[in-house]
Write a protein that binds this ligand. Sequence first.
Ligand code: FAD
Ligand code: 2HG
Ligand code: ZN
Length: 464
Amino acid sequence: VTEHRLLAELRQAVGPAHVLTEAGQVEGYVVDWTRRYRGEAVAVVRPGDTAEVAAVVRACRAAAVALVPQGGNTGLVGGSVPRGGASAPPEGQVVLSTRRLDRLEPVDVAAAQVTAGAGVTLEALQGHARAAGLQVGLDLAARGSATVGGIAATNAGGERVLRYGVARAQVVGLEVVLADGTVVRRLSGLVKDNVGYDLAGLVVGSEGTLGVITAARLRLFPDPPSRAAALVGVASVGAAIDVLAALRTRLGGLEVAELMERTGLDLVRAHLALGQPLAGDHPAYLLVEAAGSTDQATALAEALAEVAAGGALDAVVAEGPGERARLWRYRDAHTEAIATLGIPLKLDVAVPLAVLPAFLDEVSELVAARPGVRAIAFGHLAEGNLHVNLLGVADADADQTTGEVLGLVAAHGGSISAEHGLGVAKAPWLALGRSAADVAALRAVKGALDPTATLNPGVIFPEP
Ligand code: FAD
Ligand code: 2HG
Ligand code: ZN
């Protein structure tokens, strides 16, 4: 009876056409990108504006039904789909899809800002900014589906953090529907606004547990006229760090420093039937990109020649969108190529650069002790952010393996979740590397803003 009443209220809130309940209709919303997480939804609702989002939140809260906000469903920690199994909330779950919140306001060129609905994809936002002569300071391989709301909710990082910072640095303000259905609006674009707590900053990275983001005001940047990329083959991860260090001091416009290993590159090559990118075959590869007002291809080539210091450095410099895209395919297809081999255990960690090679050696030892398991590590070198993908880990050993790798990370003073968030995947390890006082403060924030635990239960905070 309660469920029947809730469905009637949801239909009234968003219109019957936007309340999906048929198995075929909801399938794409209840399983995550990795296929590791799946749950059941009472319904998937697709509100078309902020007032409708607020009505959905109120209806779910009144019915004691959990609400799972979802954007592009490209998240990698299981936070965007209903919980499955024993941890599913007793009264059921509703998925709130933000994809119809896709309004893009005209670019405010003078302020170099734009307001976008939560459901706007990153790719659409990038095109919109470009048309106004500006660019978004954030990019990631899931750009075609990942949304502005999801990017803000996860505080996504991606491939240009080195120059522009993480999502939090792009967000000037948000519009958020809180768990009680009230709306907080900070879309004025004021960069200087110190009236009380930074609520928008708090919601960034909250993974749908504090509010539903309905719109964001984002910073934009000039798009430098010259851009060049280079792929460099190196003998070790340590050598890649040395190249990065050398480029840091030589290239003011350095934007990207992505690390790959031979295993990952070979996998991508097989998956996309690509040739070897360089003359030689190397244990590790560094993809760098620089942008500026002077000729970046020359600057990059000169900097790499200085790094080589008369010795041999196997590298290729690419200019122009086509040539650069050819190099980027080796990097951006990693996640997709790994997924063809099964469902990996994804560990998104960061450690200080000084200990990164040692950490990778320790992971190799851990993997060597597990027959049938292989590791593919790649990531955002400048932030020490590695995506350790473990293939072949038995389900029964997944928690033990995760705990061991994250334990190594914590021992090195690293982060157990660098950019993807905790979701449900890493929630059990929330306290690893955080003090009791720290975790208590996080819980106090959640308790104050969502006392009924309506929004995304099981995400960030482990279920008892
Ligand atoms: P979803 O997956 O739908 O949701 C993610 C989380 O945010 C969930 O907890 C959800 O409840 C919450 N959420 C979504 N929308 C809202 C909203 N409007 N209000 C409140 N909560 C909301 N991530 C990186 O950081 N860097 C990368 O380089 C990167 N590369 C990727 C490459 C690939 C191929 C893939 C598949 C994923 C990648 N990701 C990366 C992960 C993912 O794309 C990001 O986490 C992205 O920010 C998720 O956006 P989304 O719209 O798909 O969110
Ligand atoms: C990336 O950097 C993403 O491409 C995905 O963060 C990482 O697949 C992964 O583990
Ligand atoms: Zn990443």
